[in-house]
Design a protein around this ligand. Sequence first.
Ligand SMILES: Nc1ncnc2c1ncn2[C@@H]1O[C@H](COP(=O)(O)OP(=O)(O)OP(=O)(O)O)[C@@H](O)[C@H]1O
Length: 269
Amino acid sequence: MHLLAIGTTIKNIILKTESLRIGYRKKQLETVVASGIDIDVAEGELTAVIGINGVGKSTFLRTISGIQPALLGKILINTEAREDIRPQQLARLISLVLTEQPLSKNLSVAELVALGRQPYTNWIGTLSAEDRKMVKKALALVNIEDLHNKKCYELSDGQLQKVLIARALAQDTKMMILDEPTSHLDMYHKAQVLKLLKQLSQQTGKAIIFATHEINLALQLCDKIILMKPSQVIQDVPKQLIQKGHFESIFPSDLIVFDPVTETFRIKT
Ligand SMILES: Nc1ncnc2c1ncn2[C@@H]1O[C@H](COP(=O)(O)OP(=O)(O)OP(=O)(O)O)[C@@H](O)[C@H]1O
């Protein structure tokens, strides 16, 4: 078992990558998006993946979650090589919340959240008492019990995002991966959803990894940050990344600057 010492606490490592290279392969042609990725994520940790548009955040999340193959290197999930894990077992280890995923908005909230139980139900999808209990618990954790009978087409973007998070919780996995969970949300609801992820990582012990453009919020809330730059991918705690000056060079400096004192980006005047 891989363990990580954080202060005096020892935590299980849920995800580890070694010399990982990600990108796309078409016939003989390999397009490398990022390489030399060495990261680890432990239980109960909230980790943000940040970086400019097109740097490879979604490609990274799709690769670690098994939607697309790695070009090179290792991905260990709960100490097992990802390619050795059968799809059914992977679905019990990783839940995914993707943007723009096709979903039937004709379903009620409870029905959509119940889809998270698919890795556990029989082939006709009959819910057991345990499945129903997990759906109820997921709705309660996200604090949306009052929505359970609503149709998904009746929900606001913020409510729908919470329903998708509840579906991932109902899947009862060690790790939850979200790609831009706060896109389309206003400032208040962005903060609300990210705060919810923080609480869930602490309450449930899940490792939660999400891609985001909300750097200011991620710096305040996350245990760790995976910073993707065109030349390298670095993982560290927010304080260390700030102290080492990594945020000063993320964006071209003509428009916005990072203020290490307030730990926020500002428009250049
Ligand atoms: N299916 C694909 N085939 C080939 N190249 C792709 C494919 N999908 C994405 N890319 C390329 O991979 C690179 C990384 O894209 P990716 O979507 O992972 O970036 P991102 O950091 O998530 O971007 P954004 O912040 O804009 O969502 C880009 O150059 C993109 O054009």
